[in-house]
Design a protein around this ligand. Structure first.
Ligand SMILES: C[S@@+](CC[C@H](N)C(=O)[O-])C[C@H]1O[C@@H](n2cnc3c(N)ncnc32)[C@H](O)[C@@H]1O
Length: 278
């Protein structure tokens, strides 16, 4: 009965007209269509992940790079990491760019919350434990970095000499873990694109979660911006207005700007622009 009510309410109140839903599904199953077309219409699993990788790849290409790194902070069972590989494989073919993927996780699930900013009323120690062997058997080329990000982020570049980071998916739930993960942005600028495309999962939610700027991931972003004068994490304002299909994930996309990066001012737009008098 519950399922029938859910189905009926989806049909009645789904924010997109059913015909849009139908055509989206049609595009999704026709994998021979260009990746860019399917991305344009959100006809992909986790288009938010695809969006970040695709834009990072385009930026990298404009800057003459051949290889970049993708990061997922918070892997849990690994569905996100497996999905990242699928996007990366398609985008690699479409844009002729290579990817390295790194997934950071405790392995043992969420650590102990470190105070009210970690919102212990929503999350608790041990949630989202990983089955390491199962995940390893499903991954094609991603590398798992097991341990607390407080430590693993500080030794990452030394341990892995990764290609420049182009995009990062943040899904660590806690304020304390997210702020620790931001240490990854403290290395030499050659380790990053001048603008890094990011997806932040835990910045919106139900009334019970009551997300806000004073706790959780939004607080971590605020603090990063308060303590860094030449690097800022900023939402892409009005992103949904440029999307064919507007979706809630549009509000979860941010970019880490490094204003002092040697390539920050490099022109990547279309040359020969003019607005002739009509
Ligand atoms: C919600 S889950 C991630 C879900 C995953 N991104 C997905 O899409 O399926 C959050 C994960 O963050 C990890 N995590 C939280 N704090 C961490 C920390 N300080 N260091 C490493 N991993 C952490 C937990 O182990 C947990 O698996």
């Amino acid at each position: 009965m519950k399922n029938i009510i859910q189905l009926l309410s989806r049909i009645a109140f789904y924010p997109l007209p059913l015909r849009v839903h139908f055509f989206k599904t049609l595009l999704k199953i026709n994998k021979w269509l260009p990746y860019s077309t399917r991305l344009e219409f959100d006809a992909l699993v986790r288009p938010n992940y695809g969006f970040c990788i695709y834009n990072a790849a385009q930026l990298a290409k404009s800057l003459g790079l051949k290889r970049i790194s993708i990061i997922e902070f918070g892997v849990a069972g690994g569905n996100g990491l497996v999905n990242l590989e699928q996007h990366a494989e398609e985008i690699s073919k479409a844009l002729d760019i290579e990817f390295e993927i790194y997934g950071f996780d405790m392995g043992s699930g969420l650590p102990n919350p470190m105070g009210f900013r970690d919102m212990p009323y929503m999350w608790a120690e041990g949630f989202y434990k990983m089955d390491l062997n199962l995940l390893k058997s499903r991954l094609k080329f991603s590398k798992l970095i097991i341990g607390n990000v407080k430590k693993t982020c500080t030794t990452f570049f030394e341990d892995y000499t990764p290609a420049p980071i182009g995009c990062a998916m943040f899904d660590l739930d806690y304020y304390s873990s997210t702020i620790d993960s931001f240490n990854i942005f403290n290395a030499d600028e050659t380790n990053y694109l001048p603008r890094i495309y990011c997806y932040f999962d835990d910045i919106a939610g139900s009334a019970l979660r009551a997300m806000n700027n004073h706790v959780g991931v939004l607080r971590a972003i605020e603090e990063f911006n308060e303590t860094n004068s030449s690097k800022k994490i900023a939402r892409i304002e009005g992103l949904s207005t440029s999307r064919k299909i507007k979706s809630t994930w549009n509000n979860h996309i941010y970019v880490v700007h490094d204003f002092e990066h040697a390539e920050y001012e490099t022109f990547i737009g279309n040359s020969h622009q003019s607005l002739d008098l009509i």
